[in-house]
Design a protein around this ligand. Structure first.
Ligand SMILES: Nc1ncnc2c1ncn2[C@@H]1O[C@H](COP(=O)(O)OP(=O)(O)O)[C@@H](O)[C@H]1O
Ligand SMILES: O=C(O)C1=C[C@@H](OP(=O)(O)O)[C@@H](O)[C@H](O)C1
Ligand SMILES: [Mg+2]
Length: 180
């Protein structure tokens, strides 16, 4: 059994449930919850969508890389990343080496259903968001897999069932203690 509790990270497409599941998982493990997007928004003083529009994606990725480097050295926590965090090789390496990374695998159709009416995802403010999600999936799915230690299928189960499934995987791997 490892020294407990571990640093756990959630990776996956926008709408795969990283923020929602990460928050519940942290509560269940009684560790701090950190959402890298919220940390970035606190630092820039505006929404990520506004920042994207004003400064462009690459300025956002620079900031994200600095924040991920910092947060993956923080103590025991559940860290929910942004969907594009895995695009930068340094982020993939930090997540792989410093955390137990969980890929919340979702089909583009599932996340499309969840995010249809969400105005806060800058990359999906296009005329055909489903086509955009399929494109993102094609590029990113191999990178999520390369980064992560566990893959969880999120298509059908509820958030609380997924949290239980993740806890079970982490217990089986000896990363968190088995519940009584
Ligand atoms: N397994 C799930 N079943 C149903 N709804 C979900 C599931 N996972 C996430 N959601 C919903 O989808 C939306 C996006 O989730 P969110 O946690 O913001 O995703 P991410 O942080 O990966 O972009 C939220 O409204 C959330 O409640
Ligand atoms: O997929 C992406 O490139 C992004 C996903 C967002 O996070 P979520 O995955 O929580 O939506 C956020 O980091 C930013 O808008 C960029
Ligand atoms: Mg999120």
């Amino acid at each position: 059994m490892n020294a407990l509790p571990a640093r756990i990270a959630c990776v996956g497409l926008p709408g795969s449930g990283k923020s929602t599941i990460g928050r519940q998982l942290a509560r269940r493990l009684d560790v701090k919850f950190i959402d890298s997007d919220l940390v970035i928004e606190q630092r820039i003083g505006c929404s990520i969508r506004e920042f994207f529009e004003r400064e462009g994606e690459s300025a956002f990725r620079d900031l994200e890389e600095a924040v991920v480097d910092e947060l993956t050295l923080d103590g025991a926590c559940v860290l929910s990343t942004g969907g594009g965090t895995i695009l930068r090789p340094a982020n993939r390496e930090h997540l792989r080496q410093r955390t137990q990374a969980i890929y919340l695998h979702s089909a583009p159709e599932d996340v499309f259903r969840r995010l249809r009416n969400d105005q806060n995802r800058p990359l999906l403010q296009v005329s055909d968001p489903l086509a955009r999600l399929k494109e993102l999936y094609g590029v990113r799915d191999p990178l999520y897999r390369e980064t992560s230690h566990f893959v969880i299928e999120t298509g059908r189960p509820s958030v609380s069932t997924l949290v239980n499934m993740i806890l079970m995987q982490l217990e089986l791997a000896g990363i968190v203690p088995a519940r009584a």
